[in-house]
Design a protein. Structure first.
Length: 384
């Protein structure tokens, strides 16, 4: 919670920074009152509506709010870069006493350079919207002795963090469906945070999700946003979408075992505990390849070696750079494939995906959305 309040404070300060930049360009005048009102409304309307169900006009307002949020964040990046560049120029002019630098420093007033920063903010926002709409395919090939020799490779497509919302609906889901279908999955797994709005009126979205192909089955777990939006309606939506929900249970399919748990936010709410990873894992490595679905990329040291691969999301890779630097520090793992080990020599793998959608602002910056294709193939005798 303290992190949330810190981010909210920084977001509010960013709007103060934008207002100051506007004053440096236009000076005083009548425009200040409506500009200040808009900036205050954008800050506090986001705060009061965060995590609350919206519909109708509320969804439209939420969309406007999140679009503005994305632009405001990137605009602050550009304003800060411009101010730092001008500060460096003026410092060099003072240090060197060079006539050319001193002349440039006098010319570069806020009224002259800040409009270019606003233009750069718009361009950067446009690129970030484009990046959020342009998923990449990440291919991971794993050899295992737990598939019969000579058996065909098993293609597991993993996605997470779709966040169906006021800004992610049928038109985006149809594009996602085509991308997933192009990977020809045997199994599709979705590691939580599929929903992010009132799902009682999203039958069109469920119909598109039903078309996501998977020859042997589609499996989903809950994330923290299923809690925020209501577990009951989320589970109904999962069923409509054609997914098998794994809540502290395992299923055997395609020669492997898939286990899934509820997000840790549900800890203690159900008996038996549907968030307890250790409860569904074998005491010792089993004969079947064990794929564990866990929304957050936390790994209990006792669990390492009892599964072969954990697939997680939640972090979005920070979504907007340099957020990835903080998520890596918070969770202690990197995006992509991580090798886990214990002092006794047991090992396992963890894949942390950037996710396929976005939360909040409809942008990504240097952290593209992704579909992960995990190809399991039998390991030949005598090979590593």
């Amino acid at each position: 919670m303290r992190l949330f309040y810190l981010l909210f404070a920084l977001y509010g300060l960013g709007h103060v920074y934008i207002f100051i930049a506007l004053r440096r360009i236009f000076g005083g005048g009548w425009w200040q009152l409506p500009a200040a009102a808009w900036l205050l409304f954008m800050v506090f309307s986001w705060f009061f509506r965060l995590g609350k169900p919206v519909d109708g006009l509320g969804e439209l307002m939420q969309a406007v709010n999140f679009i503005w949020m994305g632009f405001a964040i990137l605009l602050c990046y550009c304003l800060l870069a411009a101010d730092l560049w001008v500060f460096a120029l003026r410092f060099l002019a003072w240090l060197t006493k060079a006539d050319l630098l001193q002349g440039a420093a006098k010319i570069l007033t806020g009224a002259r350079y800040l409009p270019y920063a606003f233009g750069a903010g718009l361009l950067l926002f446009g690129y970030a919207v484009y990046e959020a709409q342009t998923p990449r395919v990440v291919n991971v090939s794993l050899a295992t002795t737990k598939l019969p020799a000579g058996s065909p490779p098993l293609r597991i497509v993993g996605i997470a963090d779709v966040h169906i919302s006021s800004l992610i609906g049928p038109w985006m889901l149809e594009r996602m469906q085509k991308l997933v279908a192009a990977q020809d999955p045997d199994i599709l797994v979705l590691a939580g945070d599929l929903v992010d709005t009132d799902m009682s009126r999203r039958d069109a979205d469920a119909a598109i999700l039903r078309e996501f192909p998977a020859r042997l089955g589609k499996f989903v777990i809950t994330g923290n946003h299923e809690k925020y939006r209501g577990l009951a309606q989320s589970l109904v939506f999962f069923k409509k979408a054609g997914f098998h929900v794994l809540r502290g249970e395992t299923v055997d399919v395609g020669g492997i075992r898939i286990g899934g748990v509820d997000d840790s936010i549900f800890s203690g709410e159900f008996t038996p505990d549907t968030t307890d990873v250790l409860r569904i894992l074998p005491e010792t490595p089993g004969e079947r390849f064990f794929l564990l679905l866990n929304h957050k990329p936390y790994v209990d040291e006792q669990a390492v070696g009892r599964f072969d691969l954990q697939f997680s999301g939640h972090t979005h890779g920070g979504q907007i750079w340099p957020g990835i630097l903080f998520t890596s520090r918070i969770y202690g793992v990197e995006q992509g494939l991580n090798i886990l080990s214990r002092p006794d020599g047991r090992r396992g793998l963890l894949f942390v995906t950037n996710g396929l959608g976005f939360w909040g602002p409809p942008i990504r910056l240097l952290v593209p959305p992704e579909v992960v294709v995990i190809t399991l193939r039998p390991q030949e005798a005598g090979t590593q």
